[in-house]
Design a protein around this ligand. Structure first.
Ligand SMILES: [Zn+2]
Length: 344
């Protein structure tokens, strides 16, 4: 089983200064993969910059120019959370191009699955603006690219970042060829992602939001995956699965209040991999979104690769949550989502 990874030092040059979304995140992932010997088991995929035509599959020309010009001016803030340095535009081109390259490698059969270890992340970026640390919407661009380049008709995007991927939802809200499903803490940043946002026109039903109360852990995510994401995926029957992999759902992450463990991420990835194996010849591409506790992030990404390689021995150095949350009962929520999406 061949698993690929995309990485390039250009991603470290997106300098955010005093920020949670920092180069150290990727450095820690790469050094953890090296120290544990896992990196040697993976196939390196070299990224390239996305072209303007590829960015334009999702973003408006004026917005692309704004990002480029902000970098040329030496950087600056594009919204209250999103900052650029002089090299951020190039890093962002390589982030989008990295997910494209990962998708190509999977579609061409060079690897069975791939994980693009990129930054800046993408899922909050909308066609016209930067948001939530994101400049270009890497996963949305790769999905659009795969639709046109490989003539695909059904792509599933699974987003398990703790935040709702408002940008990705917006891009595909009226596109019946891409089913976007997201698990996220709700209410929380960015405020979107309620059950009744389900898509529009012929795409009604191809946005599946799973807004979860804070305190959900491994068991609740298992329940959500088994009872909603698996049946939705089987009904949609994708030819490719893209994953917005955000690890800020980990219990030790300070940006949100979910209680997933490294073991819990491995369980989710296993379900996703089994779906890909069953539905689309294993074609599966991960792209890094959030994850701000460096130790939890590195261990969770490693666990993700272990599952992609078919390994069952998952190390969980942080163990289960140390917080005493009252575990929420999500049965009524699951029932409501099933009713909304005719899964009963
Ligand atoms: Zn996030």
């Amino acid at each position: 089983m061949k698993a690929g990874f995309v990485y390039d030092p250009i991603y470290l040059k997106h300098d955010t200064g005093q920020h949670v979304e920092i180069a150290r995140r990727l450095e820690a992932i790469i050094s953890h993969l090296e120290q544990t010997g896992l990196k040697q088991q993976l196939t390196a995929i070299k990224p390239r910059p996305a072209t303007i035509a590829e960015l334009s599959l999702v973003h408006h020309e004026q917005y692309i120019s704004l990002v480029r010009e902000t970098a040329q001016r030496g950087g600056g803030w594009l919204d209250m959370d999103t900052v650029m340095s002089p090299d951020s535009y190039d890093a962002a081109l390589y982030a989008a191009g990295g997910v494209i390259k990962a998708t190509e490698a999977v579609m061409n059969g060079e690897v069975n699955s791939a994980f693009a270890l990129v930054r800046p992340p993408g899922h909050h970026a909308t066609p016209r603006r930067a948001m939530g640390f994101c400049l270009f919407n890497n996963v949305a661009i790769a999905a659009k690219y795969a639709l046109s380049k490989f003539g695909l008709e059904h792509i599933l995007i699974i987003d398990f970042d703790v935040h709702h991927g408002n940008g990705t939802q917006e891009v595909f809200y009226d596109n019946p060829q891409v089913l976007y499903t997201s698990t996220h803490q709700y209410p929380h940043y960015p405020g979107t992602g309620s059950i009744d946002e389900t898509g529009s026109g012929t795409a009604k039903g191809t946005t599946v939001n799973i807004p979860l109360p804070s305190g959900c852990g491994d068991a609740e995510y298992q329940q959500v995956f088994q009872q909603i994401i698996v049946p939705v995926a089987k009904r949609f029957n994708p030819q490719l699965i893209l994953v917005s992999a955000g690890y800020d759902t980990h219990w030790a992450d300070e940006l949100a209040l979910m209680q997933i463990s490294v073991t819990g991420f491995a369980q989710m990835v296993k379900i996703i991999k089994e779906l890909a194996d069953e539905l689309c010849s294993g074609r599966l591409v991960f792209s890094l979104e959030g994850g701000y506790n460096i130790t939890a992030l590195a261990a969770s990404v490693k666990a993700t690769f272990e599952v992609l390689l078919g390994n069952t021995n998952i190390e969980d150095p942080l163990g289960q949550t140390r917080y005493r949350w009252t575990v929420p009962n999500i049965d009524p929520l699951i029932k409501a989502i099933k009713e909304t999406h005719n899964l009963l």
